[in-house]
Design a protein around this ligand. Structure first.
Ligand code: GDD
Ligand code: MN
Length: 364
């Protein structure tokens, strides 16, 4: 068997029925090319890995990289690429939405021009996005593309495409900088490269999914926004801290709203109303941080309760530090608002650091 010229990586999560059609389609599209296909499966419940391994037993061009305890399209793509020693690597969805016949055109571009990366695009001549479920999704995808182009400085019509091919040596060079979270690996590669990459595009028609259901929810938009923020302001301040601080700022309004409601509307004493307001604000802050700031380490089920309790504990220490620092500075003649802000900042840094360890830290 010839050694492969091209490694195609297809991440799979519950794509059992698409595995065979995918291999057949690639086989037809790449006749005469020495290719291999790596199906990177995150231990799908529907038995995708077993289906992939059954295929691999009768076809030496197919491999299954079976991952356990891990999730994420980007991470799956990265591991698949890293398992390749072919000169070219490609990423394709396993659900047949990407038109495999574009692979040959991409390979030709890489072999005959100085392009290092070829993007399969829905938005140029020869491309279309009919398979995109809704008009809202089309609009969002356009907005995302504009933002991504700003950040990467490489104009690409479809920077969120999960369909592209590139030189493996170029991938190996950026690999250590890539995030394994989310689905935006192409934007990440473009933004993380030391020098602007030479990019070409090939149009293709985005088709309807063959079997199964989509795995990308609105959460991937948060991931995407965080990636863009990380590649811009992230050089100066950690984006996670900014998210945490912004949610803290929002918590001030929750606190004041609840205080007014309890004191003026419900007629409670100020002290009781203030206490209820503080707990309400801490609880909403915890819940928001859990779904946004710590999406990737999100606590679920009973862990939400223990997480919330540890968050209260962390915040009470922050509260003591806040008052202590503010009072100390005020006592040394600082203006009231300087002292107040300094106290709040110390508390924010403490709450952020301590909750990242005690509330959302790695499970033992
Ligand atoms: N291993 C692994 N792990 N694979 C995953 C995971 C995961 O956590 N999540 C999704 N996949 C696989 C799916 O099984 C599928 O083969 C591919 O990644 C794309 O997932 P879909 O759920 O089909 O995504 P989509 O059709 O909604 O999104 C499309 O549009 C995006 C941009 O708008 C895809 O083309 C994406 O690649 C593209 O980035
Ligand atoms: Mn899909």
């Amino acid at each position: 068997m010839p050694t492969p010229l091209l490694t195609i990586v297809a991440p799979t999560l519950n794509e059992r029925d698409n595995v065979v059609p995918l291999v057949r389609a690639i086989e037809r599209a790449l006749e005469g090319v020495a290719w291999e296909l790596v199906l990177v499966d995150d231990d799908s419940a529907d038995g995708t890995a077993a289906a992939a391994k059954a295929l691999a037993q009768v076809d030496a061009r197919v491999r299954c990289l079976h991952r356990i305890g891990r999730r994420g399209l980007s991470g799956a793509a990265i591991e698949g690429f890293l398992s390749s020693s072919a000169p070219f690597v490609a990423l394709i969805d396993a659900d047949m939405q990407h038109d495999e016949s574009a692979l040959l055109r991409m390979l030709n571009v890489l072999q005959t021009t100085d392009a290092e990366l070829v993007v399969g695009s829905r938005h140029i001549e020869g491309g279309s996005s009919e398979g995109l479920s809704s008009e809202g999704r089309v609009k969002l995808s356009e907005l995302g593309a504009r933002l991504a182009n700003r950040v990467t400085q490489v104009p690409v019509s479809d920077p969120m495409s999960g369909f592209f091919m590139m030189r493996r040596d170029v991938f190996d060079a950026v690999a250590p900088k890539l995030s394994v979270q989310g689905f935006k690996i192409l934007t990440d590669i473009l933004a993380s490269s030391q020098r602007p990459l030479v990019v070409a595009e090939v149009g293709y028609e985005f088709r309807e999914r063959l079997h199964g259901a989509s795995k990308l929810d609105t959460g991937v938009l948060i991931d995407f926004a965080m990636l863009l923020a990380d590649k811009t302001i992230g050089r100066f301040v950690p984006v996670r801290f900014l998210m945490f601080a912004a949610i803290g700022g929002f918590g001030v309004f929750v606190h004041l709203g609840m205080l007014a409601l309890m004191h003026f509307v419900a007629g409670q004493s100020f002290a009781l109303a203030q206490g209820i307001a503080a707990f309400t604000a801490m609880t909403t802050n915890f819940l928001l941080n859990n779904v946004i700031t710590y999406r990737d380490r999100r606590l679920r089920g009973a862990r939400i309760i223990t997480g919330l309790l540890s968050f209260y504990a962390v915040c009470s220490v922050g509260f003591v530090a806040n008052v202590g620092v503010g009072d100390y500075l005020f006592g040394y003649g600082q203006r009231w608002w300087v002292a107040g802000l300094a106290g709040a900042l110390v508390a924010a840094v403490w709450n952020y650091g301590a909750s990242s360890i005690f509330t959302w830290g790695k499970r033992r």
